[in-house]
Design a protein around this ligand. Structure first.
Ligand SMILES: [Zn+2]
Length: 139
């Protein structure tokens, strides 16, 4: 049986203008992975809260008036939208990790400088360094 040719690495151009050390890349990876785990825990917790709210709604609804039912539905919808936004953030972090592997993550889109690890950990979707971000906001 013939081995399939490895086309994954062929034709991939490095995007980064500057270089970041392997140690720095590892630090970013660790920060992103920690963030992802944190978000996953948060997501699981939100899901169990939704399940609980749902259970409450089903078991206590007999004595509820319409206002109570409305409040519970509202709370549940809030939890669901929270869960969705957490899930979106998890996806962002996962994409960031993929881009990091490709060498295209963590560089300021404007000045090409590396974005500090702390900033990336806090805002995995950041595409600008703090200085450029401030300039952008001032416009
Ligand atoms: Zn910049």
């Amino acid at each position: 049986m013939a081995k399939p040719a490895d086309t994954r690495t062929a034709g991939r151009k490095p995007v980064a203008k500057a270089t970041r050390s392997a140690a720095e890349t590892e630090k970013i990876r660790a920060a992103l992975a920690a963030r992802r785990d944190e978000l996953r825990a948060e997501y699981d917790q939100t899901l169990s809260e939704i399940t609980e709210l749902q259970r409450d709604r089903l078991t206590d609804s007999a004595g509820d008036d319409q206002a109570d039912t409305g409040t519970k539905t509202f709370e549940r919808e809030q939890e669901i939208s929270l869960a969705n936004s957490i899930k979106e953030r998890i996806t962002q972090v996962e994409r960031a990790l993929e881009r990091l592997d490709e060498g295209g993550y963590g560089w300021c889109e404007r000045c090409g400088n590396p974005i500090p690890v702390e900033r990336l950990a806090a805002f995995p979707s950041a595409t600008l360094c703090v200085t450029c971000k401030q300039l952008e906001e001032r416009r």
